[in-house]
Design a protein around this ligand. Structure first.
Ligand SMILES: Cc1cc2nc3c(=O)[nH]c(=O)nc-3n(C[C@H](O)[C@H](O)[C@H](O)COP(=O)(O)OP(=O)(O)OC[C@H]3O[C@@H](n4cnc5c(N)ncnc54)[C@H](O)[C@@H]3O)c2cc1C
Length: 593
């Protein structure tokens, strides 16, 4: 085995241990890759429980009042700081401990309710959204999910009120997208009472203002010469904690404090280990599932702001004796923003409900939500920017700030390219294993293998023949539902063909992976839109105002999404991949020419 193959085998083994240990549930996204429509995950459209609704409405009203009065996003950007009164106000309203249990002083909200709160902040200020996410969605999340009762009792009460702040520290120079490559070391002391931590972290939001940091470092695996990542609770008052740079000057979300720090022989008590020893990557992935959901909520809020801004300008700015809203090329952009904002909200709500219902394994859906909403928001802001013309370029309007702020979304919490490849590969693993079973049996038949291969073959064949049922209640959505079912079958067929055609090399074929992941993302987005629209029609009918309901944005989204899916799948056989790769290779071989 050459060095590259050995590295590949190691990566596959690591991924298998990390992602696929234990029983595998068939979630919605994994179901799509198998040709199934796992309807009970997505239908009926989730609603916030009546018991929580009142408290949420009250919190949102209070939050809006506070944000409208005390939050000045332009000033936060100019000063590159979120003032203490804003942090205190968010703490007072409960935003900094929204999902923490009430026994620790939190609000005890569901993730769906939390997303509604974050959407409000995302509507106004990206710096403040990222600050809240860094503290609550990821900073204290490991403590909430994996902390022992003693750890929670000790740390949470001050963290959920904002008296103290949290941060999540994974990234290092050599561990960016390749998060498993953490180099920070944690060596146990001889008496086992402490770990000695050494190394550096960079690009950490809230690092300089946090009182508690969830830090990922490598610990020895007992009985072997290997190491594995473990999560630790670290406080900046520990001797050897050195802040290298408190606020790295940056392009957007300038109000957040993004820092670098070093740990030099920092003694961390063993009581500060978060979660099982050596399972830090699993802890990190679980934490990021929550972060990606609130990411979706903040992007939804920002997309709604885009819609407000574009409508206002298109209705008032006149050129050629007409308001801009009269021109079809302007209408096209407005319509797409409306459709995307509708879909982003639906997708966020459905994904958050997976967390609230305690469903197993929604990492594909959270990854899809993150990629989809961040890419759509970038498009939305770019479109509004265009319609504002030259005025967008000047700093008296929020658009240049919004553009700068939104750019991090496609990079942070997993670069979109990495997540796109992840979605395709994790999704294809299920059908891929079935094909492997069939192939191995053909190569080396045995009685035991035959029965497994037969089951796998029946599954694969069944999914190719069957059009999955997409159960909507409204008659007027039946056609869309049938189209979605047909597209899922088409998708499954395309996945099967790609697996049969390319076999193991598909692991490196990111252009193929991208089309498959993009199609899967649009299938998920369409499903969420259809589910939301179905529930809204049903509700309007029940309330006797069906005629008033406007479904233009949802309808447009479905049409455009279906068209995109067909395009992605057609691209699997009709593309310029060879030429793309040859051109890039030629450039890479001649740097500076
Ligand atoms: C403002 C800001 C705040 C942040 N806050 C935090 C925080 O609170 N905590 C924390 O731990 N981290 C944080 N980060 C770090 C962030 O998560 C990383 O920047 C991100 O994971 C990407 O890592 P990297 O910057 O090292 O880029 P790299 O890993 O060098 O990747 C650069 C680019 O290469 C491409 N790429 C990389 N790998 C692949 C691949 N396998 N396939 C295809 N393309 C690929 C992608 O386009 C990617 O954007 C923050 C970063 C910023 C800028």
């Amino acid at each position: 085995m050459n060095k590259l193959d050995a590295q590949r085998q190691k990566e596959i083994q690591q991924a298998e241990e990390l992602l696929f240990a234990g029983p595998q549930a068939l979630g919605f996204a994994k179901g799509l890759f198998q040709g199934h429509f796992v309807s009970d995950w997505v239908m009926p459209y989730p609603r916030i429980a009546a018991a929580e609704r009142g408290e949420l409405d009250q919190t949102v009203t209070e939050l809006r009042k506070f944000l409208n009065k005390d939050l000045d996003p332009a000033e936060i950007d100019r000063q590159a700081d979120i003032p203490r009164n804003v942090i205190d106000g968010l703490g007072r309203i409960g935003v900094l401990g929204m999902t923490a249990p009430k026994e620790y002083g939190g609000h005890g909200f569901s993730q769906m309710a939390n997303c509604k709160v974050l959407e409000e902040i995302g509507r106004r200020c990206a710096s403040t959204s990222v600050f809240v996410n860094a503290h609550h969605s990821i900073g204290i999340r490991a403590l909430l999910l994996f902390g022992t009762p003693e750890q929670k009792q000790k740390w949470l009460p001050k963290l959920v009120t904002g008296e103290q702040l949290g941060a999540f520290a994974l990234t290092e120079k050599e561990a960016g997208s390749d998060a498993a490559n953490v180099q920070m070391q944690a060596r146990p002391t001889e008496d086992g009472s402490h770990f000695i931590l050494n190394g550096e972290k960079r690009y950490i939001t809230n690092a300089a203002i946090a009182h508690e940091l969830t830090v990922m470092a490598r610990t020895p695996v007992p009985g072997s010469d290997k190491t594995a990542v473990t999560a630790f609770l670290v406080t900046p008052d520990m001797p050897g904690f050195e802040m290298l740079e408190e606020r790295m000057p940056k392009m957007g979300i300038r109000g957040t404090a993004t820092g670098r720090f070093a740990l030099r022989d920092v003694r961390v008590p063993k009581e500060n280990v978060l979660g099982p020893l050596g399972k830090g990557l699993k802890v990190a992935l679980t934490v990021l599932d929550f972060g990606r959901t609130t990411f979706g909520a903040c992007c939804t809020g920002a997309a709604k702001t885009c819609l407000d801004l574009v409508v206002q300008h298109a209705n008032t700015r006149k050129q050629f004796n007409k308001t801009l809203g009269n021109f079809h090329l302007v209408k096209k952009k407005i319509a797409r923003i409306a459709a995307d904002a509708y879909a982003m909200e639906a997708m966020t709500t459905v994904t958050a409900s997976f967390i609230d219902r305690g469903l197993e394994d929604y990492m594909l859906e959270t990854a899809m939500l993150k990629v989809f909403t961040t890419e759509r928001l970038w498009e939305c802001i770019n479109d509004v920017f265009q319609i504002y013309g030259g005025s967008a370029y000047f700093i008296d309007l929020p658009l240049e700030r919004m553009l700068r702020d939104a750019r991090i979304n496609q990079i942070g919490e997993g670069a979109n390219e990495v997540l796109t490849s992840f979605i395709a590969l994790v999704g294809m693993r299920g059908p891929g294993m079935e094909f492997k079973e069939i192939y191995d049996t053909m190569m080396k038949p045995s009685r035991d293998r035959m029965s497994k291969a037969w089951a796998a073959g029946r599954n694969r064949l069944g999914a190719t023949i069957r059009i999955p049922d997409v159960p909507v209640q409204s008659e007027q959505l039946r056609d869309h539902a049938r189209q979605l079912g047909r597209l899922i079958r088409h998708f499954n067929f395309a996945v099967n063909r790609a697996l049969i055609t390319y076999r193991e090399p598909i692991l490196d074929m990111q252009l193929v992976q991208e089309r498959i992941a993009n199609a899967a993302m649009d299938l998920f987005a369409s499903t969420c839109v259809l589910s939301r629209q179905d529930s809204e029609i049903h509700l309007a009918r029940r309330n006797g105002d069906a005629a008033a309901a406007d479904h233009a944005a949802a309808d447009l989204f479905l049409r455009q999404s279906f068209r995109r899916i067909r395009g992605f799948l057609a691209g699997l056989t009709d593309n310029d991949d060879k030429s793309v790769l040859a051109t890039a290779n030629s450039c890479l071989a001649k740097p500076g020419s």
